[in-house]
Design a protein around this ligand. Structure first.
Ligand SMILES: *Cc1c(COP(=O)(O)O)cnc(C)c1O
Length: 391
């Protein structure tokens, strides 16, 4: 179907939540590149918003998903599911978590994490239900996660919001401390804020937050939906801070492109969920968990975490050598890269698109770059050289 026909259908039948999209539709992908039906080739430096860690048509991953699709897609969790048990085991074996629950998206994983923190205190008979998160955060689009997301544009139309949520300024420990009450059940934060333009929390701050949670008996939840699964040059971003959350959530790259979300928790919190307390029809089905298992083994076998750390440094160095005088601040954690180009970010994203390179932009300030973790120097150079030409 031609792009104009797709656009017409979309305009007529799809709810207008995404407005004018980037005017392109892709038919297939291979490695770091996407192709339109007409065979035009695009370098993907955004990975479907940090989802496609393995790039496109990864041979082993694709074969695993195809094989599972041919055998069994869904049974419901009324029955035991081998892939679900194995993926839960795998995540626990590589993280600080003891137990995992699967949903279908990031927002759903955060919902489950919030419910878990609440029910933990409910079962103890302690009246704690408030959740503190950070301003400029992003935790999803369901009603509870919108209440946790510290951005007015996402909250305003849905007032009155679910009560018990408040947000404080990032890296301001005094503000956080004074927001805590004897009703606070959880502090929820992204180790590196993604959607608002790659803003990391400070190490000192995070260590104090951990200590505060221990002292006041508050569940510390990290939203690692974007930072997790190798994106930050470690399997999980919390490893770079040398502290452990009580609960963390995953989604985006976990299924290599197949929808899956996970809430991962230490045993003392996880045991609060008992039969009937939480659930979902699709969560952790055989297909999604086969995809998760295949994605994680590809990431390990091909040393993509090491590659993310190395290529993140390579891109930052190349940017600094070639066009630093035209750029504002560069913020980076592994392959999660924010490049400030105030007043020009949208224009630069558009010009990169015209050169067939896909990136994101946050407002008109920050270029957001989230390439697949398989990126090599060749594609990194292609991106940096194009950016240099544009600037
Ligand atoms: C994308 C994202 C979410 C929401 O995930 P969905 O799958 O879109 O619901 C939540 N938190 C963070 C940090 C994200 O990047």
């Amino acid at each position: 179907m031609k792009l104009e026909e797709i656009k017409a259908l979309d305009k007529k039948y799809f709810m207008n939540t995404f407005g004018e999209r980037t005017p392109v539709a892709f038919e297939k992908g291979e490695g770091m590149y996407l192709y339109t039906e007409e065979g035009e080739k695009y370098l993907d430096m955004f990975a479907g918003i940090a989802v496609n860690a393995l790039g496109y048509a990864h041979p082993k991953f694709t074969a695993a998903v195809q094989a599972q699709a041919g055998k069994l897609l869904h049974t419901s969790s009324l029955y035991y599911i081998e892939n679900q048990a194995r993926l839960a085991e795998k995540i626990c074996s590589i993280s600080c978590a003891d137990k995992v629950y699967f949903g279908n998206s990031g927002a759903e994983a955060n919902e489950a994490a919030i419910k878990l923190a609440k029910i933990y205190f409910y079962k103890k008979g302690v009246e704690k239900y408030e959740v503190i998160s950070l301003k400029s955060s992003f935790h999803g689009r369901t009603l509870a996660t919108v209440a946790a997301t510290g951005q007015e544009k996402y909250q305003k139309p849905y007032a009155p919001l679910i009560p018990g949520f408040k947000q404080v300024e990032i890296n301001d420990f005094a503000a956080l401390e004074s927001a805590v009450t004897d009703k606070t059940c959880a502090i929820l934060l992204e180790p590196v804020q993604g959607e608002s333009g790659v803003h990391p929390v400070d190490e000192e701050y995070l260590k104090k937050v951990r200590a505060l949670c221990d002292e006041k008996e508050i569940i510390l939840i990290f939203d690692e939906i974007q930072t997790g699964i190798g994106r930050c040059g470690r399997m999980f971003c919390y490893e770079t801070y040398g502290i452990e959350p009580d609960v963390f959530t995953l989604a985006k790259a976990l299924g290599g492109g197949v929808p899956i979300g996970a809430v991962c928790a230490k045993d003392f919190v996880a045991q609060a969920f008992e039969p009937g307390d939480h659930g979902g029809t699709f969560g952790g089905n055989p297909l999604a968990c086969a995809a998760g298992l295949a994605a994680l083994s590809a990431i390990e076998e091909e040393k993509l975490i090491e590659n993310a750390a190395k290529m993140g440094e390579y891109i930052e160095k190349a940017l600094k050598e070639s066009c630093v005088e035209k750029l504002g601040e560069i913020r980076r954690c592994g392959l999660m890269i924010g490049i400030d180009i105030p007043g020009r970010a949208k224009e630069v994203r558009q010009k990169l698109f015209e050169k067939h390179i896909l990136v994101g932009a946050v407002g008109d300030v920050t270029l957001r770059v989230l390439p697949p973790l398989i990126i090599s120097e060749k594609e990194a150079d292609e991106f940096v050289n194009a950016l240099k030409d544009i600037l």
